[in-house]
Design a protein around this ligand. Structure first.
Ligand SMILES: NC(=O)c1ccc[n+]([C@@H]2O[C@H](COP(=O)([O-])OP(=O)(O)OC[C@H]3O[C@@H](n4cnc5c(N)ncnc54)[C@H](OP(=O)(O)O)[C@@H]3O)[C@@H](O)[C@H]2O)c1
Length: 358
């Protein structure tokens, strides 16, 4: 089996990705800025290699990816440190996935690396974490419930997880995206272009119905607020709709604005195993056809960080097995959405999508 490089392999998510690759018997190259931390992360991982490369050194990065079929980028925050890793993957001819959920970084990756990736013949699939991956795939299946290549009036992507513990890296990422996550609503897709969500707030939903995959205990509609989710950047590439926007459970949104440098310093590297097992993630999509028909889809599971590693590894192994096209692509442009979600079911993921005739 070909080697796969993990950038930021000594971080919380990076170590989970390394473990998932090792569980699937894939030889891993651990790459990052700190040799000592990388060596600790590599302990006990069969056939692991360690290669040191900082994001500021493009030739060291390209050398670190030499001989690898693909790169999984787990750096934090992507807004500050993500792009050099994408560039080096393209230069080295490696397929690429990452665990980012940062809308502005994500849009820059599509805008900057589409042509270089096509020319290099490689596939870049950013935002393959527990929100960007399942959110994109379930949005596609929900739109499709209204007909193949349905032309929708609107589609809303919703992150409906309850408040829960986050990693220090996620909190640092919230700080770096303060303008976006700390009060801004990000972009919406409206009438064929990405536009400032604040200036196009007229279509915003205040509530969404409880999705089918929700855990027990939800009653009534769920209060939501606009939020800059990655699906707004990926979904318009494969779903036709007049408007595509994104919302989050309302009580979670202010928590991002409350993150401070002082708070980050007090956080452990990541939630402990019991907290991870007890947590659930829940992505939903709500589609309205131009004829007024509605469809709804949802996907849920536990342990968002563990599932992010499973999703990124499932994705990168599919890229290495063969890609339908080169370029920067949304998950549903590269993977069969239902087949990919079925592959997550043995890890406790449940999902459904269909016409909503309530
Ligand atoms: N649902 C989601 O959207 C989702 C889920 C999971 C993770 N994520 C994202 O994945 C990212 C990783 O999260 P995490 O909790 O694993 O963070 P983390 O533990 O802080 O790990 C970050 C990694 O980036 C490296 N790094 C930081 N600054 C660097 C720099 N200047 N140059 C080179 N490397 C640098 C760190 O290296 P050292 O080890 O040397 O410090 C570490 O390996 C975050 O952006 C997080 O938001 C998103």
């Amino acid at each position: 089996m070909e080697k796969i490089a993990v950038y930021g392999a000594s971080g919380f998510t990076g170590r989970l990705v390394v473990a998932e690759l090792a569980r699937r018997d894939v030889p891993v190259v651990l790459v990052g800025r700190d040799d000592r931390r990388l060596r600790v992360a590599a302990e006990g991982v069969p056939r692991a290699e360690v290669r040191r490369a900082g994001v500021e050194d493009s030739s060291a990065l390209a050398a670190a990816f030499d001989g690898c079929a693909a790169v999984v980028n787990c750096v934090a925050p992507f807004e500050l440190f993500g792009e050099p890793v994408v560039r080096a993957a393209v230069v080295s001819g490696c397929h690429y996935v990452d665990t980012n959920g940062e809308q502005s970084y994500l849009k820059r990756v599509f805008d900057t690396f589409g042509e270089p990736a096509r020319q290099a013949g490689i596939c870049v699939v950013p935002a393959l974490a527990d929100d960007g991956g399942p959110g994109d795939l379930i949005a596609h299946l929900t739109a499709e419930a209204l007909g193949p290549r349905a032309d929708l009036a609107e589609l809303t992507i919703a992150d409906l997880r309850r408040p829960g513990a986050v990693s220090r890296g996620t909190a640092r990422t919230a700080l770096a995206n303060r303008g976006l996550w700390g009060g801004g609503s990000g972009l919406v897709w409206a009438d064929g272009a990405w536009r400032d969500g604040a200036a196009h707030a007229a279509g915003d939903r205040a509530t969404v119905p409880v999705p089918e995959a929700a855990a027990e205990g939800e009653a009534g509609d769920i209060k939501v607020a606009p939020f800059a989710l990655p699906g707004v950047i990926t979904v318009p590439r494969h779903v036709r709709a007049g408007r595509i926007d994104a919302v989050m459970r309302e009580e979670v949104v202010p928590l991002f604005a409350a993150v401070t440098r002082e708070l980050v310093a007090t956080l452990p590297e990541g939630p402990n195993p019991a907290a991870r097992r007890a947590s659930r993630w829940l992505m939903a999509a709500y589609a309205v056809g131009r004829d007024g028909r509605r469809a709804q889809g949802s996907v849920t599971g536990s342990d968002g960080y563990g599932m992010t590693a499973v999703i990124a590894v499932e994705g990168v192994l599919r890229l290495v097995a063969g890609v339908p096209a080169a370029g920067v692509l949304a998950p549903a442009q590269v993977f069969d959405p239902a087949d990919f979600l079925r592959a997550l079911e043995p890890h406790g993921t449940r999902w459904s999508a269909g016409v909503d005739d309530r």
